[in-house]
Design a protein around this ligand. Structure first.
Ligand code: HEM
Length: 280
């Protein structure tokens, strides 16, 4: 009888194991799931692929923050670091200090994820932390990365080659700058070829700066009030100022209805610096 029982038990156990394995194997895997798995928070991939959401949220400390002791503030920042770690499989969070460099904000997050809802979950949990309760949200910008639209290999092989072969040769960037851009209805009503002419001028005016400035473009039409979020990293703010001056004087600029407003300039905080610098 015991043999029967043991045999039946083993058979049931085996059947159960097969069912579990089948269930795991047969869970439908969507293209999005596959992409998520392949990119799974590999920093260099997530920062270079199309189809990745970028969310910029800018904060200002409430006056009560400054009434806390340094050790309390450090403890609170550490808890946010734990939250960032908790979500690291689905969101990539970078932190920047803007305090002192602009009247409005004290710091901002740049958050990347394949799913906007994951960013929302992170930010809602952030608002529940002690730090989240000691800040005012000033601004949120939402965009998504896309493949090149104008300067493609097929359409403009030489310009494309110049663009993809230019490498950043400056120091490790210390500063990040975020500039939202909105273009007029007149721009959007130009034919593609007319816009292409302007984007060629744009690219030719900017290529020389790629050695000292890193750039990233997010498309945000319909996701927030801008059309684009432009993000830059550099250690050479004089080159950056020259770049913006040269872009101010090309025809494309006539179509800008928003260029900044605000421009957010901050220092890039590596993970090892965040706790002390934010708490001080
Ligand atoms: C290193 C400097 C820069 C380089 C190399 C550069 C290069 C480019 C290229 C190649 C494109 C076309 C992308 C495509 O084919 O879809 C582009 C688009 C764009 N760039 Fe720049 N850019 C630079 C700096 C800037 C700056 C300083 C701004 C403004 C603050 C800016 C704003 C934009 C915008 C808004 C677009 C999208 C335009 C549209 O699709 O209508 N760029 N950039």
């Amino acid at each position: 009888m015991n043999q029967f029982l043991a045999g039946g038990f083993l058979r049931n156990l085996l059947a159960g194991m097969v069912a579990v394995v089948m269930a795991v194997v047969m869970v439908p895997v969507t293209a999005q799931d596959q992409k998520a798995e392949a990119l799974k928070m590999d920093r260099s991939k997530i920062l270079s692929q199309p189809g990745v959401f970028g969310v910029f949220t800018t904060y200002k400390w409430l006056p009560e923050w400054y009434e806390l002791s340094l050790s309390e503030r450090m403890d609170y920042v550490s808890r946010v670091m734990e939250l960032i770690k908790k979500h690291e499989d689905s969101v990539l969070v970078d932190v920047y200090l803007t305090a002192g460099l602009g009247g409005r904000s004290d710091f901002f997050f740049r958050i990347h994820s394949l799913e906007l809802a994951k960013v929302q979950t992170f930010l809602r949990e952030f608002r529940q932390t002690a730090i989240g309760k000691h800040v005012e949200v000033l601004d949120t910008l939402i965009g998504v990365t896309k493949p090149l639209n104008y300067i493609t290999k097929e359409r403009l092989p030489e310009l494309y080659a110049g663009l993809v072969s230019a490498t950043y040769t400056g120091d490790i960037p210390r500063y990040a700058i975020v500039i939202p851009v909105k273009k007029s209805a007149e721009w959007w009503n130009l034919s593609f070829d007319q816009r292409l002419v302007e984007m060629k001028v744009h690219t030719l005016s900017t290529l020389e700066y790629m050695g000292s400035i890193k750039r990233k473009l997010y498309h945000s039409t319909g996701l927030d009030d801008a059309d684009f979020i432009t993000y830059f990293e550099t250690s050479d703010l004089i080159a950056f100022n020259n770049l913006l001056t040269s872009l101010a004087s090309i025809p494309e600029n006539k179509y800008h209805v928003r260029w900044g407003d605000p421009i957010t300039l901050g220092t890039i905080l590596g993970p090892e610096k965040i706790v002390r610098v934010l708490a001080e």
